[in-house]
Write a protein that binds this ligand. Structure first.
Ligand code: URP
Ligand code: ZN
Ligand code: ZN
Length: 499
């Protein structure tokens, strides 16, 4: 019976529609969706009357067990994925971040080792490109071909650590284009940030508010715009991680209106809280909110980003869950540039978006599913294995109770961190049951996570060619020449399948 489950009487919500249907699961896979199902005896029955039956959430952006700024995040792959499950997220996508000069493949293997023994839910990986060389270009191809990677994150900030310059970004985007991989960027101008930090510290600004002051909105918006321009030069689809400000969101929306293929990912933090916290008189409180790009002091930001998300100017959500305890944050007492950057959200994302997106009336439940699960599965090529409730899909399902009411608090959350940036927010709606690969991991609200239960989900790139052909394609550099009256008027990257 453990492996057979019948969910009856619920409203099945996918990203593209709602139906009254029962769902039958066997051995971790959805076997039937419909009415009057005939199922084997001995199946466990869950009555979902009055509830929504939705695909498990996909968090596109986490940092578990990340060594960063002289310490390692408070949540490891177990506590982090347990928190994810508790909140209705059944798949996370974490970032492999190689140190400068480190082999990308070696870093990838490290992440796999750390994650495989601990994850309580399924996970996929993005790989960060933190330095640039011919070897890195080669390894990007190997990661796509042999290791289930189809997305790379480039940093426009963290100067002297992970930042790429414009030439390197141009080449990295071009490489992603060749490979059919998604090019992601952390969009902030790291050169400006470095100069501003020096000035602020010299002027005696040392507290957490200096973090926000050193990187105001336009520093984010400028980088979003520049990333779009660079990516467009090589025809590469672009993905902006952690959209934090109104102006950054506006740039994404405007570029999309112009026809540029760019996706924007606001996070739980930018959708549900603001940067006024940096001025809180309690240092611990203010420091807990330090992350990059920062939360914005303009308190209309979360609502504005939620509007953009509701109308598809922005497409999907993550959390940038990257937790550091109060003691770890204290490393930056007396110098805000040394406060480890990162906030929580993996557990709270679904409930916060339901409360501030659906309960507020901005979006309906189908859009909720699109922005918390389906669009992520599509963009990272996991659909329809993940991101929908359909025959043949993984049985990652949440029974979502719109009547469940829950006030967020560090005292009751599942993350290992000792502070919650959403403390005190009441969410109407939450997970009553969370089913991961057919196993009931949240059962009537009780979390029953199992260390090591989750699996790595390999994702393949969207390239329309076989890898043997890459070298051949590089000879022509994937370029087409546009000629008019016998003269070349444009040279553009293109995507011509090699047969
Ligand atoms: O503050 C943040 N965002 N920490 C994690 C690293 C990153 O840039 O995503
Ligand atoms: Zn980032
Ligand atoms: Zn991040």
């Amino acid at each position: 019976a453990q492996n057979r489950l019948l969910i009856k009487n619920g409203k099945v919500v996918n990203g593209d529609g709602i139906q009254d249907a029962d769902v039958y699961i066997e051995e971790g896979i959805i076997k039937q969706v419909g009415n009057n199902l005939i199922v084997p005896g001995g199946s466990r029955l869950i009555d979902a009357r009055g509830k929504y039956v939705i695909p498990g959430g996909i968090d596109t952006h986490t940092h578990l067990q990340l060594p960063f700024m002289g310490t390692t995040t408070a949540d490891d792959f177990y506590t982090g994925t347990r928190a994810a499950l508790a909140g209705g997220t059944t798949t996370i996508i974490d970032f492999v971040i190689p140190s400068k000069g480190q082999s990308l493949i070696e870093a990838y293997k490290q992440w796999r080792e750390r994650a495989d023994e601990k994850v309580a839910c399924d996970y996929a990986l993005h790989v960060a490109v933190t330095w640039w060389s011919p070897e890195v270009q080669q390894e990007m191809e190997e990661l796509c071909r042999d290791h289930g990677i189809n997305s790379f994150k480039m940093f426009m900030a963290y100067k002297d650590l992970w930042q790429l310059d414009d030439t390197e970004l141009f080449e990295a985007f071009e490489r992603c284009k060749q490979l059919g991989a998604v090019a992601q960027v952390h969009a902030e101008n790291g050169d400006i940030i470095k100069e501003n930090c020096k000035k602020l510290l010299a002027a005696g600004v040392t507290g957490p508010e200096g973090h926000e002051m050193s990187r105001p909105e336009e520093v984010e918006a400028e980088a979003v715009n520049r990333a779009c321009v660079l990516a467009n030069q090589v025809n590469c689809p672009l993905y902006i991680v952690h959209v934090m400000s109104k102006s950054a969101g506006e740039v994404v929306a405007e570029k999309r209106r112009q026809g540029i293929v760019v996706y924007g990912e606001p996070i739980a933090a930018s959708l549900a809280t603001d940067g006024k916290h940096y001025w809180n008189s309690c240092w611990r409180h203010a420091a807990a909110h330090v992350m990059g790009p920062p939360l914005r002091p303009d308190s209309t930001t979360p609502d504005y980003l939620m509007d953009l998300l509701a109308n598809d100017d922005l497409q999907l959500t993550g959390t940038d869950h990257c937790t550091f305890s109060s003691a770890q944050k204290e490393m930056g007492k007396g110098d805000f540039t040394k406060i480890p950057n990162g906030v929580n959200g993996v557990e709270e994302r679904m409930s916060l978006i339901w409360e501030k997106g659906v309960v507020s009336g901005k979006m309906d439940p189908t859009r909720f599913v699109a922005v918390t699960s389906m669009n992520a599965a599509k963009i990272f090529n996991m659909y329809p294995k993940k991101g929908c409730i359909a025959v043949g899909s993984d049985a990652d399902i949440v029974i979502w109770d719109p009547k469940l009411e829950h006030t967020i608090s560090a005292a009751t959350h599942h993350s290992a961190v000792d502070f919650n940036i959403f403390e005190g927010i009441t969410c109407r709606g939450g997970p009553e049951y969370v089913i991961a690969n057919g196993r009931v991991t949240v059962d009537e609200g009780q979390v029953k996570a199992v260390q090591g239960y989750g699996s790595f989900i390999p994702t393949s790139p969207f390239a329309p060619f076989v890898y043997e052909a890459v070298t051949e394609r590089e000879k022509v550099h994937q370029l087409i020449k546009v000629e008019r009256e016998g003269r070349i008027v444009a040279v553009r990257n293109t995507m011509v399948p090699v047969v």
